[in-house]
Design a binder for this molecule. Structure first.
Ligand SMILES: *Cc1c(COP(=O)(O)O)cnc(C)c1O
Length: 363
């Protein structure tokens, strides 16, 4: 049997019964739009992360779009996005009439104050930082920098549920935090789902209106521009409430797998991220012989993936602005995601570990 690079439908025995019960409950009791299941997941997730306000939406891309609209940026304003963020923040910016401006990344693979400063230009009103692969950007420094420049800060936490830095959850530093619960994420739904968190009460209220046609006080009357329909589905909310209590344990399992891969690759490739804090959404090997490693693993029945093969500045549909991003371009040719999900069996983990251990890069 091949080992897949992700396996979201492999629910662990500990979670499967609770997930099925949650779905049955919503079907039997309703309501099927918004209502107590959505409110209770929002409250649970806010309590878990320490976010003052949580607004459930349809997916992680809409979470970014709703966040940007709710923050009230000027039409046509620039939004700084990382060149290697996968295109999600840039897509959301375009959806709400904003202009993505790409930042290169540091050699660590994430943006920092130097790369953000280099990309900053007149007309930019916000910066989106993406906590990529389960690791945080240098948040304290970036937060101080953006405050000096009067920029809004959106933290894209779609790959970093449960990630804490100095005891504090990512997402609680910026003006908005966005989450996707796409099935492969660290906290996954059984379909599309997302959430956006805020510290400011009135911004959160705007987001609540924006996710439902822009209605504020009255039904059937959009009051805000950029309203849309992107409510969190109560079926998904109930599933997420059932799975949230397992998130920390599942993240520990991811971190433990990433540690094994790091040790197994020592001397032949670097593994992305901080071994102490990572929630290892992806386990990304960085090597000049990426294609060699992919072929070696594939020959041993192990699937891999590249997150992400394309830079935001090269995505035809987004027409992002900004200077070339050579560091991100070089990294995009050297990264390979190795299977790293909590439901990997012990046998599969042994196979992946052994295969990584007996790989030697060419050249
Ligand atoms: C998955 C992901 C998104 C988009 O989430 P969807 O729910 O698929 O819309 C946004 N940002 C990042 C970093 C992601 O990994």
């Amino acid at each position: 049997m091949r080992i897949p690079s992700a396996a979201p439908t492999r629910l662990g025995d500990d979670e499967a019964a609770a997930v099925r019960a949650a779905v049955e409950r919503v079907i039997a009791d309703g309501p099927w739009i918004l209502g107590p299941e959505v409110e209770s997941f929002e409250a649970d997730f806010a309590a878990y992360t320490g976010l003052p306000h949580a607004v459930g939406v349809g997916n992680g891309t809409d979470a970014l779009a709703v966040a940007m609209s709710a923050l009230g940026l000027a039409p046509g304003a620039g939004v700084l996005v990382a060149a290697d963020e996968g295109g999600y923040a840039a897509t959301a910016a375009r959806l709400v009439g904003l202009v993505p401006v790409v930042m290169d990344v540091a050699r660590s693979g994430v943006v920092d104050v130097a790369t953000a400063s280099a990309a900053h230009r007149p007309g930019v009103e916000a910066v989106v930082v993406t906590h990529l692969h389960g690791d945080a950007v240098p948040l304290a420094e970036l937060d101080a920098w953006r405050r000096r420049h009067g920029l809004a800060l959106v933290e894209d936490c779609a790959q970093a549920h449960g990630l804490r830095i100095g005891g504090r959850h990512v997402g609680t530093t910026g003006d908005a935090a966005t989450f996707s619960f796409y099935p492969t994420k660290n906290l996954g739904a059984v379909g599309d789902a997302g959430l956006v968190g805020f510290s400011d009460t009135s911004v959160a209220e705007r987001a609540r209106a924006l996710r439902q046609y822009g209605w504020t006080d009255e039904r059937f009357r959009p009051d805000l521009p950029s309203g849309r329909n992107t409510r969190l589905d109560p079926l998904q909310a109930a599933v997420l409430s059932a799975r949230l209590p397992h998130l920390d344990a599942r993240n520990l399992r991811r971190r433990e797998l990433a540690r094994r891969w790091r040790d197994a690759l020592a001397g032949s490739a670097v593994l992305w991220g901080d071994p102490e804090t990572t929630v290892a959404h992806h386990a990304v090997a960085v090597t000049d012989d990426r294609d060699g490693l992919a072929a070696h693993l594939s020959a041993r029945g192990i699937d891999t993936a590249v997150h992400y093969p394309h830079l935001v500045g090269e995505m035809p549909g987004l027409s992002a602005e900004g200077a070339p991003t050579p560091v991100a371009a070089s990294l995009a040719r050297r990264i390979l995601s190795v299977p790293c999900f909590p439901e990997l069996t012990d046998d599969e983990a042994d196979r992946v570990g052994a295969a990584l251990q007996d790989w030697t890069p060419r050249g």
